[in-house]
Design a protein around this ligand. Structure first.
Ligand code: PMP
Length: 402
């Protein structure tokens, strides 16, 4: 027998498993709305022109080598990432109060941040929105061993934010607890607090002395505007809070498989930030020693060259617009096919996803009968849709809700 005879089969990942099932489906009408990756109107993956041009310059530069990076990655990358998130005018950043290290995309940023908290933060309780991106539970709970609690977020009646529930759950949190906040474009619901509601959340965070951990996986993707999508993070930072930020370039720069992101920790003084930086590096060392070069080099080129930066912003706004257009097209098609129910939430929600409100049984019908692949919580990736397929999608939804 094998020494692995007792190894049980791991449960399939709720999101990544969908792509496998999609690939195995031979029906020509099939649609993959499971994975959160941008697609063109033709259903193809998109490499941004800004990224292509940055890569061409990197290849042409014969002086580049393949040496190891330091544990914290490229310092210029970290500085530019900090500026992108916190803004050019951030006093905390100018005072050297933010420690940043390059990570393996947003997941790696969350993982390094969670491990740092486990080792160096006294309160081991983490509040996650209900619902949230499924990997949050894996990262903070299973991997880092922190105690998970939920705070109310989505109201299925209004299909909007359960603002009072959120305030009352965070108001009852133990002092110092960590609270994970989606910086913008909440995944999976597409529901974000308004600026006034963010002020209210800030107040309860200050009252309970909670430690905010912002997860920013969609900066620029939600509204098409990089600064607008960073407003909540900047509001909390300006209020003088200590906090953490996980950044990902997967969606906004289309660098999914390059695995490029950053973790930042804001401290009250530069001296603490320096020590925190050393401990972030100490988390990285036994996990993977140092991060890869290529993705970070692309980001540095795009963020530091005014022409590439301008091009990127245009392309980012274009992706955001196409997603918005798909929301309008789907809602319109649902009305045209006379699908029962109110579908205003499809255009009210923002970001990559729409939380349709379909039940698990309805989602199963979508997949089994209509070859529409999606997560069983009713979430669909809007970028997976095209104008040409909106009608088909509406027919499938109508058949599933009837
Ligand atoms: N957080 C949230 C909320 C996400 O939706 C994602 C992407 N699915 C991530 C983090 C991180 O993704 P990645 O590791 O690809 O950057």
């Amino acid at each position: 027998g094998s020494v692995w005879a007792g190894v049980p089969q791991a449960p399939p990942d709720g999101i990544l498993g969908i792509t496998e099932a999609f690939k195995a489906d031979g029906d020509s009408r099939k649609l993959n709305l499971g994975v959160g990756a941008y697609r063109t109107e033709e259903g193809q993956p998109l490499v941004l022109s800004a990224v292509r041009q940055a890569e061409q310059r990197l290849v042409a530069d014969g002086s580049r080598n393949k040496e190891y990076q330091p544990m914290g990655g490229d310092a210029t990358f970290c500085q530019l990432s900090r500026r992108l998130a916190f803004g050019a005018e951030c006093p905390a950043s100018a005072a050297g109060r933010i420690a940043t290290v390059q990570t393996l995309s947003g997941t790696g940023a969350l993982r390094v941040g969670a491990e740092f908290l486990k080792k160096h933060y006294a309160v081991k309780v983490v509040y996650l929105p209900d619902p949230t991106w499924a990997n949050h539970g894996n990262i903070f709970g299973n991997a880092a061993g922190l105690e998970l609690r939920k705070y109310r977020y989505f109201d299925s009646q209004t299909r909007g934010l359960d603002y009072q529930g959120l305030l009352s759950d965070l108001g009852a949190a133990p002092e110092g607890a960590v609270v994970v906040l989606h910086a913008c474009a909440h995944n999976p619901t597409g529901v974000d607090p308004t600026p006034e509601q963010w002020q209210g959340i800030l107040r309860v965070v200050q009252q309970r002395r909670l430690l905010p951990f912002f997860d920013s996986a969609y900066q620029g993707f939600a509204s098409g505007d990089l600064d607008k999508d960073a407003a909540a993070l900047r509001m909390f930072t300006s209020a003088g809070l200590e906090l953490l930020l996980a950044q990902s370039y997967a969606k906004n720069m289309g660098l999914y498989g390059e695995r490029v992101g950053a973790i930042s920790v804001v401290s009250h003084c530069a001296d603490a930030a320096k020590r925190v930086h050393s401990q972030l590096c100490a988390v990285v060392r036994p996990m993977y020693s140092s991060p890869p070069i290529h993705g970070a080099a692309i980001v540095v080129k795009v963020l530091s060259d005014p022409q590439l930066f301008g091009l990127w912003r245009q392309e980012l706004a274009g992706m955001s617009r196409r997603i918005q257009a798909m929301r309008t097209a789907l809602k319109q098609a649902l009305i045209e096919v006379r699908c029962p129910g109110n579908w205003d939430h499809i255009t009210a929600q923002i970001g990559m996803f729409s939380y349709t409100g379909l039940t698990k049984a309805q989602c199963q019908n979508m997949t089994n009968k209509w070859h529409v692949y999606m997560t069983m919580d009713g979430r669909i990736s809007m970028a997976g849709l095209s104008g040409a397929r909106a009608r088909y999608m509406a027919e499938a939804i109508k058949d599933s809700v009837l």
